[in-house]
Write a protein that binds this ligand. Structure first.
Ligand SMILES: NC(=O)c1ccc[n+]([C@@H]2O[C@H](COP(=O)([O-])OP(=O)(O)OC[C@H]3O[C@@H](n4cnc5c(N)ncnc54)[C@H](O)[C@@H]3O)[C@@H](O)[C@H]2O)c1
Ligand SMILES: O=C(O)C(=O)C[C@@H](O)[C@H](O)[C@H](O)COP(=O)(O)O
Ligand SMILES: [Zn+2]
Length: 364
């Protein structure tokens, strides 16, 4: 199964929008000029300060290929998902005369692909974007599927759009510099994919946690490809989240509320980990998930070193945050739950006492 050949995972178009390829492999940068194509003259490379060297390498590759490449260096992590950072990027695009036939390239984790995707979606009402994800989480999730967004003072990803990329180059070599804790938080989204759609993911992690957390292992590559296939399959059917795409939000209702409560000092994947255990407890409480399947959430996530509990005294703030979740309809909170492993569904919760009871199971 070990191979150095790139794997191409197609995302087919839906809602009248074009499809694209997610390429997983090593040494993929040379593909970028060909993907951008001959019509593109100017390229804005958006990267965080922490990845300046990688951003410079991408800019040099583009310049060598004859593009006019400029960079926008943005604040790291969630600090970058801010309207003022988008405004800075719009300014760079404007000052460099970017037209509708020009393009944006993102280099970074999910915060950068979200911000850069949003900038591309809004500049001249939409220009091409290619994502070069550098974190595990961005490779398996954020760069794929076309959700873009920024945070507001009231919550996570409250402003954004659907803007599919022209391609995603998931270069596993980038993971060499990713801190171990960042790799682990990315695995929370991989585990999510295991619970909602591909139970083999769970078996693989349980069999060898060490290999699953080793950026160089064929096991991790297998997990990356499996998680991307889950996401690609769902977004190919439902780009704009009219139905099945909501399942990709498993664990996120509480997860996003924790991120807000922690003022983004927690990584997204860590908050989603707690959210997954909460959603499993909710599923168990309403009789839709067995004890064993619910307990498996806590066990597998804890085995990776991910958090599975959260502060008992924060319930009121969390409930407030969850009300602004995009799955809510009016006063009705809606959750992704499981009817078994690989069988996601929705639960409407008019009565918050049920949520409070489920929260007691994860409160510390
Ligand atoms: N659009 C979507 O569908 C989607 C899906 C999942 C998550 N997200 C978003 O993605 C974000 C989380 O992504 P994340 O976990 O990648 O966080 P992140 O982008 O904040 O990156 C985490 C940290 O890792 C650093 N980093 C990234 N790549 C590196 C590398 N190769 N070497 C060294 N350091 C590196 C970053 O600079 C940052 O400090 C959240 O904002 C979340 O909402 C979006
Ligand atoms: O792609 C999706 O759809 C997801 O829900 C994937 C999530 O992992 C991701 O964190 C997403 O950004 C959450 O979206 P939101 O609509 O709840 O902001
Ligand atoms: Zn997520």
């Amino acid at each position: 199964m070990a191979t150095d050949e790139p794997t191409i995972i197609p995302v087919t178009g839906s809602a009248g929008e074009g499809g694209y390829d997610v390429v997983v492999g090593r040494g993929l940068l040379g593909r970028l000029p060909g993907i951008l194509g001959e019509r593109v003259r100017r390229v804005l490379v958006i990267h965080p300060r922490a990845l300046r060297t990688t951003g410079d390498t991408v800019r040099a590759e583009l310049a060598d290929a004859g593009f006019t490449a400029v960079t926008a260096e943005i604040p790291d992590a969630e600090e970058g998902k801010h309207i003022q950072v988008a405004a800075f990027c719009w300014q760079v695009l404007g000052q460099n005369d970017f037209t509708r036939s020009d393009a944006v390239v993102t280099v970074g984790g999910g915060a950068v692909t979200d911000l850069g995707g949003f900038v591309a979606a809004t500049w001249l009402r939409g220009v091409r974007v290619v994502h070069l994800p550098t974190s595990l989480l961005a490779m398996v999730d954020a760069a794929v599927g076309g959700k873009t967004g920024i945070n507001t003072a009231e919550g996570k990803n409250l402003v954004g759009s659907f803007h599919p990329p022209a391609a995603v180059l998931a270069d596993l070599d980038a993971l060499a510099t990713l801190p171990a804790n960042e790799l682990v938080t990315g695995l929370a989204e991989v585990v999510k994919c295991g619970f909602i759609a591909d139970p083999a993911i769970l078996d693989i992690i349980e069999q060898d946690t060490t290999a699953a957390t080793d950026a160089t292992s064929p096991v991790l590559r297998d997990l990356v490809e499996r998680a991307i296939r889950v996401k690609a399959g769902i977004v190919s059917e439902d780009l704009r989240e009219a139905g099945r795409r909501e399942y990709l939000n498993y664990g996120h209702t509480l997860g996003h509320a924790i991120e807000l409560a922690e003022r983004y000092s927690w990584r997204h994947g860590a908050a989603v980990s707690v959210g997954l255990v909460f959603a499993a407890e909710l599923s168990r409480m309403v009789g839709r998930l067995s004890d064993a399947d619910a307990d498996r959430h806590r066990t597998i996530l804890a085995s990776l070193g991910l958090p599975v509990t959260y502060r008992r005294d924060r319930w009121a703030a969390l409930l407030d945050g969850m009300r602004r979740d995009k799955k809510s309809r009016g006063d009705l909170l809606r959750f992704v739950v499981l009817d078994g492993i690989g069988r996601p569904g929705m639960l409407e919760v008019p009565d918050t006492s049920l949520l409070f009871a489920a929260y007691q199971e994860i409160a510390s």
